[in-house]
Write a protein that binds this ligand. Structure first.
Ligand SMILES: Nc1ncnc2c1ncn2[C@@H]1O[C@H](COP(=O)(O)OP(=O)(O)OP(=O)(O)O)[C@@H](O)[C@H]1O
Ligand SMILES: [Mg+2]
Length: 310
């Protein structure tokens, strides 16, 4: 089973306002709400790929209830704990006239360490050997900086494979406990080394250093439109980005993480994994907002993936 963990979810409210202007009255012409947060996005995409996952995390208030029921409507299995307070709503203002995107994000709720421990305990009671636990995204206020380190360690000791998708200090702390796979983008990997890494050669060298120093099995470095680099103990593959019409690049990385988790669980070869995750990332880019692409779109892109093995 694949478990996704979203400790800081959000309700994404996307509104269209032509000629959006500050200091004046704006009229919404279209709107939609989607349950969001990186782990939740991963679960949505795994569902589209035909896989099963259980989405977990921390929610709060009526917004939290709305997220739970939306996930249920999508046919996703969930286990969330509720904190005091209200899950954040992130407002995205899309202006198709001026071609601007404006984000207005609520601060979100504050969690206690007791609640985090209770969620971890519940997860550990559920997971079995070779299950996959995807830990991704930011942490809510109140969560210690080494939360991902603690979760990676406990899940690893329980025999699960952990996939960590985080940035900065959260990634650095998680790395110390040897996650099975990490998927930084090239900016996130660069930040870990306090430098700018650009070429596949530079990125591979940095990825291998992390693998050796932190006992990480696999590193996938995504590079936006330029594709991704897959580094394992025995192989390095560079996959070119697919040329697709861009709807929204938000969540492309989450789609790649979903495909990586699904491929790992299905026992796919590295080449099959590269094809599926590149196609899934590109298909997501073709969609607007954080909507997950339909499998048919992904399937049509799979034969178009070009990659070179070193
Ligand atoms: N403009 C694009 N055209 C085609 N493919 C893209 C584009 N942007 C992203 N992708 C695909 O999606 C993958 C992941 O994208 P990216 O590196 O932007 O992830 P990310 O920065 O982690 O994104 P996020 O965290 O917002 O989900 C890329 O490796 C690539 O395959
Ligand atoms: Mg990302």
């Amino acid at each position: 089973m694949i478990y996704t963990v979203t400790l800081n979810p959000a309700l994404d409210k996307t509104v269209e306002i032509p000629s959006f202007a500050i200091d004046s009255v704006n009229r919404i012409t279209a709107m939609r709400t989607d349950p969001g947060g990186k782990g939740i996005n991963v679960s949505k995409v795994i569902g589209k790929l035909g896989g099963k996952s259980i989405a977990s995390g921390i929610l709060g208030g009526t917004t939290g209830q709305a997220i739970m029921s939306a996930l249920k409507d999508m046919g996703l299995e969930t286990f969330f704990l509720f904190a005091d307070g209200e899950t954040r709503t992130n407002l995205k203002v899309v202006d198709k006239t001026k071609h601007t995107n404006t984000d207005i994000n609520e601060p979100g709720l504050t969690v206690t360490e007791e609640l985090l421990d209770a969620l971890l305990k519940e997860l550990l009671e559920k997971i079995k050997k070779d299950d996959i636990v995807v830990l991704s995204g930011s942490l809510p206020k109140g969560a210690p900086k080494n939360t991902y380190g603690t979760w990676v360690k406990c899940c690893r000791e329980a025999g699960a494979k952990t996939i960590l998708d985080a940035d900065g200090e959260l990634l650095m702390e998680g790395l110390k406990e040897s996650p099975y796979l990490i998927k930084p983008n090239h900016h996130e990997l660069s930040r870990l080394f306090d430098t700018t890494l650009e070429t596949p050669q530079e990125l591979e060298k940095a990825a291998r250093k992390l693998m050796e120093e932190n006992k990480v099995e696999k590193v996938v470095v995504s590079m936006g439109a330029a594709g991704a680099l897959y580094v394992t103990k025995d192989a390095t593959i560079y996959a070119e980005g697919l040329k697709v019409p861009v709807g929204s690049t938000v969540g492309a990385g989450d789609s790649v993480v979903a495909a990586l988790a699904f491929a790992e669980e299905s026992g796919m070869s590295l080449e099959e994994t590269v094809r599926l995750s590149t196609a899934t990332g590109a298909a997501n880019v073709m969609c607007s907002g954080t909507q997950a692409a339909e499998y048919q779109v992904i399937k049509d892109l799979i034969p178009k993936v070009v990659f070179q093995e070193k």
